[in-house]
Design a protein around this ligand. Structure first.
Ligand code: SF4
Ligand code: FES
Length: 380
């Protein structure tokens, strides 16, 4: 699909990138849960800086024009926005497929019915554990598990497709078989077993979350066996933990290649953790059209394609498979966003990354630093 270009501020110095097909719309950072693995930034956006309804509707129209096919309505907890239904209705009108990513706490059956009536296409519901004890502890919310079960049943009663999302780490990795069983019992068509990725709050909590190498390899076997056994019944997607891997993940399937993120305050990011990279200029939908941002924002062009790569990646046969891995992980571990991702075994920092993971995993019981607003909001 071609990009529907808006008038450009200046001619492009490079061929126009293809249109993105996915957009993550972080409608709010507000959330009743406090998961320590959250990939939201440590400095969360306040309600006072959130985009208003009309601006979001314009952004969705521009996304559809740009060629985006799927919008993931996320957060924080997107149902904290009372205008969610009008956003979904608008997405339907402009031809966007909508996926609601919810934690399911505070969502009544009446609200779900309204969301369904608005035309949502799919619901993705997170479970922090496969049992009451683990979900409530990891989310720091008593009663969260029971509420999620009720939401999952209601989603299915309304006839909506359901995906269960379970982020796994040291406290719940042993529950992977139970997560899969739970997804089957709830009538989900898909489960996402996502090993915690260490950005934002998760990076802060890495010492409390990191599983051991043995746990990770056991988990990979369990997922493989279940995939084969449940083929045609349940789709199992896995986000692999690359601290123990030989090659890095193709993060975002390449920077500025397929998707974009819009934060609650309107900044457009090439990935959810991009703000951890100093010096990048993130354009905001309040001042720029989405197409202009996708094509011209310096942040999107910073690591697009392969020109920016260090020689190690440039000369590697995998450079268009993993796109050099993750820029944010390179920043966090190597202190240089343009370095080869240390998850790659060819990186000079690979042994260092592995040592960090092993030291964290051996750390025993570590208290969580739960996700919260760190700096008091003086505007409220
Ligand atoms: Fe990927 Fe770069 Fe490692 Fe090659 S050297 S596998 S391109 S990260
Ligand atoms: Fe930013 Fe991987 S999370 S590039």
């Amino acid at each position: 699909m071609n990009v529907v270009a808006q008038p450009l501020a200046q001619p492009l110095a490079r061929p126009a990138p293809p249109a993105p097909y996915g957009m993550l719309a972080e409608l709010t950072h507000r959330c009743p849960l406090q998961c320590p693995y959250c990939s939201n930034p440590v400095d969360l956006d306040r309600r006072t800086v959130e985009l208003d309804t009309q601006t979001w509707l314009r952004v969705f129209s521009e996304a559809a024009k740009l060629g985006v096919l799927q919008v993931h309505l996320s957060g924080g907890e997107p149902t904290a926005r009372r205008d969610l239904e009008s956003m979904i209705r608008h997405c339907v009108e402009v031809g966007l497929y909508t996926n609601l990513i919810t934690a399911g706490v505070g969502v009544t059956p009446e609200r779900l019915a309204a969301i369904s009536d608005a035309g949502v296409d799919h619901v993705q519901l997170s479970f922090q554990g496969a049992s009451v004890e683990v979900t409530d502890k990891v989310s720091n919310f008593r009663g969260a598990h029971e509420r999620k079960l009720a939401v999952a049943r209601e989603v299915r009663r309304l006839g909506l497709p359901l995906t269960i999302n379970s982020v796994v780490h040291r406290a719940n990795i042993h529950q992977i078989p139970d997560f899969i069983q739970l997804a089957l019992e709830l009538g989900a068509g898909r489960i996402e077993i996502a090993h915690s990725q260490y950005y934002g709050w998760a990076l802060r909590n890495r010492g409390a979350l990191m599983p051991t190498r043995d746990q990770v390899f056991w988990a990979l076997d369990v997922v493989e066996e279940a995939r084969a056994r449940l083929k045609g019944q349940l789709t199992i997607d896995a986000v692999v933990p690359d601290y123990y891997a030989k090659y890095p993940k193709p993060c975002m399937n390449g920077w500025g290649r397929q998707s974009l993120n819009v934060t609650p305050s309107g900044k457009v990011l090439p990935c959810h953790a991009a703000e951890t990279i100093p010096g990048l200029d993130f354009w905001n939908v309040r001042e720029h059209g989405l197409s202009d941002i996708w094509l011209n924002a310096p942040s999107f062009n910073a690591f697009r394609g392969t020109d920016w790569m260090p020689d190690l990646c440039k000369s590697c046969e995998r450079k268009e498979k993993d796109w050099g891995g993750c820029r944010c992980q390179a920043m966090a571990i190597a202190g240089d966003a343009a370095a080869t991702d240390p998850a790659c075994h060819k990186s000079p920092l690979h042994a260092h990354l592995l040592a960090l993971a092993e030291a964290d995993a051996a750390g025993g019981e570590v208290a969580y630093d739960y996700r919260r607003y760190v700096v008091p909001d003086r505007a409220n």
